[in-house]
Design a protein. Sequence first.
Length: 683
Amino acid sequence: MTTLRGVGAALAERLARLGVERVADLLFVLPLRYEDRTRVVPLGTLAPGTRAAVEGEVQLTEVAYRGRRQLLTRISDGSGMLTLRFFYFSASQQANLARGTRLRAFGEVRRGPLGLEMVHPEYRRLSAAAAPLEETLTPIYPTTEGVPQGRLRALVQEALRALGRAALPDLLPRGTLPPGLPGLHEALAYVHAPPREVRLAELASGRHPAQRRLAFEELLAHQLTLRLRKRAVKTDPALPLADVGGAEARFLERLPFTLTRAQARALAEVDADLGAAAPMVRLVQGDVGCGKTVVAAAAAARAAGSGAQAALMAPTELLAEQHWRAFHEWFKPLGETVALLSGGQPARARRSALAAIAAGEVRVVVGTHALFQEGIDFAQLALVIVDEQHRFGVQQRLKLAEKGQRAGRLPHQLIMTATPIPRTLAMTAYADLDISVIDELPPGRTPVQTVVVSEERRPEVVARIVAACRAGRQVYWVCPLIDESDELRAQAAEETAAQLTAALPGVRVGLVHGRMPPAAKDQAMLAFKAGRIQVLVATTVIEVGVDVPNATLMVIENAERMGLAQLHQLRGRVGRGTEASSCVLLYRAPLSELARERLKVIRESCDGFEIARRDLELRGPGELLGTRQTGLAQLKVADLMRDADLLPRVQETAEQLLVAHPEAIAALAERWIGAGERYGRVG
Ligand code: ADP
Ligand code: MG
């Protein structure tokens, strides 16, 4: 790095924070956007909201007091006027802007009290000699502290000059690139210094061939890294779970229902994997309420029937306890004890659970992330199940898998998620996993009726609650997402519970929030499940997994603040039985355009895939996938939504490279992803 002119050790270190360690890395710091400083826009044609370079002669410079002290400079070019406004300025600056001075300025044009203006534009005085304009569009980079924009720009240009084609070889074999896309060097030169002829709008759309060339390679690098990860995992040995005892079949026989076709198909895929001597790494994807838990339990039964252990990890204590209760009932007739490990349990209960797990006396364990902490020792963990995986990071899942690593053997992994993303996207984001889809709900469900109601009509909502309780049904009231503080949320929930208790005489109101001691939470949930509580006031702790089929009404406060995925998850707590259910989304006016659109989507659809598709349009895939969930959330150039049409070709090309050009893979991965542990262990 320090071979570049003007780069010393200190700057090199700051650059390293941007992931730039070698000169070539500089070229992979890609512009976020561009500015056009190649032409001067006449003042008379300026449009508010644009960024533009202008020139003009100072008509007047004065210090004004409008709320606060500020410097106002009016310039004119014969076609119009513009005000430059500075809140921070020095006396010499003021003197330099005297009437008659010629200026060139660059900034964002906006409407001000005196007509169009720029606040704190970049500017310089023009002397008699003509000052050249920029010849190319100006890239704006993501910066890091201590590396100013201008410096970074100069360094990138320097690197472009220093590195020829040879230093940036095309790693893609001939014929793999989609037609019409340029070579790597050409593409990089283009995006760092686009010629002035190109329209800003084309670059801003990200669809220029040079950008698509880079996006393609970036997506390919990620795809290959994930595929290699999967391949590496599959080459490790795992314990084949033969279930000679037939525990799984007995488990299924005793269920009070039969599996849906989709559940049976997913389970058959899981069973085939579990019977093999290579580790399963399978994602079961299925909408809220489709019945993923029972598929997981059947797999756990197979592990137990094979004399090995299975562990199910849930993202919240509430959910872990609920799963434990369900598993306890399901496994009792099979003679299997199910252990619970959660952060909040009493020390004695925990000690005895730990001892039984280490001795192999219990074969089925349910818990929170407490499962993979220090001091927990499994006798023979052969199956790791992660529920609601979008709540966990990749690293946490891998940590639990490490627990089961014995004598070179890896445990099988079953990962469950309700984030229903479209198929090509799933195959891209989860290329390190095999995927099963449960695309069917158990029979007899009626879609949840959803209404959007202004906060002002709260009394009508309270009347609905009374009616539901009279009919013997139960109700969730979900409290607002005030902010990230658990304490404030807890407070809001307590207040709401008190208000509802007062407003609903004769109705039993309960409360559950994240700050309650585990035992109290547990008690409230149990009481709700058993019907002793009719209205459960809760924070979003009940978002995932909670299963009380008799609850048929859900009220969500401040729904306008929640994302689509969260609303869909929350609503999934009702409509779990055969009784018709409804969901009331309370909002506080005024609604932003985005919030209005979101509420409309959720009101019109109960289909998780459809909702995810709309979510993707509204927010983009980074948010949908969750940043922790996949390294793909931090792509540099590619955009999974915009570049979705490239994905099939990315997959094909990845396959070709894996077979015919494995030597290119490491270089591609290093170029785009670096040595980071983003995807965990590779190769
Ligand atoms: P999710 O996929 O959201 O985790 P659950 O596993 O919690 O869904 O299942 C939702 C509800 O549906 C539970 O009450 C479960 O017992 C029930 N259920 C699951 N499968 C079936 C089925 N095949 N027939 C009837 N009810 C089922
Ligand atoms: Mg679930």
